[in-house]
Design a protein around this ligand. Sequence first.
Ligand code: CP
Length: 309
Amino acid sequence: MADPKHFLDINLVDAGDLRTIIDDGIAVKQARLGTPKGTIDPDAPLKGHALAAIFEFPSTRTRVSFDMAMRQLGGDTIVLNSNDMQLGRGESIADTARVLSRYVDAIMIRTDDHDKLQELAEFATVPVINGLTNDSHPCQLMADVMTFEEHRGPIKDKVLTWSGDGNNMVTSYIHAAGQFGFELRIACPEELSPDPRALKWAENVGANVHVSRDATEAVTGAHCVITDTWVSMGDDAANRHNLLSPYQVDEKLMAGADANAIFMHCLPAHREEEATTGVMDGPQSVIFDEAENRLHAQKAILRWCLGAS
Ligand code: CP
């Protein structure tokens, strides 16, 4: 039996395959324009297929977009809260992987422990998809790249600036910078710097990634400005507001970017903390296209994982 095609991290998928997934996501979105959201795609490429979606953390976008993606592809989803599973009572990840692989065609997991994702992938005989871990959020990055390209054309050689916490999103942005060939500038406090393993990976592959403490300098001429909530799931909130307030994305910071720059945020947001309402609802904001594109990008990921592209 061939090894399953997992979607665990952006740096673990071939760059050509990532490009195929983005192009597929844009094409399937275009093909469905004006179609009621519950309509199954004409070719129903995943008819008869089922996804188990495991959540150890709350979710709005990931939960609904994966479920709707499977429905539109003609398949089904079983949404599982880990506390309702034997996993929550101590059954091992390895046994859970082996058992679920006998029932479903793919597994998506959102977990607080990246090691659990890796163990699941090691023991599953079906594709495993990372729906966010403490380390990374690759599905969100695919939606972000898709959104950037819809609004501003090819992302290669463009400048994207992250201002805020050097969190799991930043790790996936670092991976994406290497794989898609854009320049990534990260402005963050030293105490909340990006994962050194991701920065080392970027150095090894020659990715154009820079870390600074100065948000104003980092946004100069940028084609896209991105931020995220100051307190992510699982974080200790202490002192984060003080550390991160110089990195708030407000109208003044946006004015330093390229005149046609867009603003992205993966949501959920805490308005007037990491970004002002004026920026979030302003003309440069594409945050709701970004949220919508989780659906289309994940349809393309599911098709890739299950050999139905
Ligand atoms: N961006 C994101 O992953 O949203 P949810 O936490 O609502 O899934």
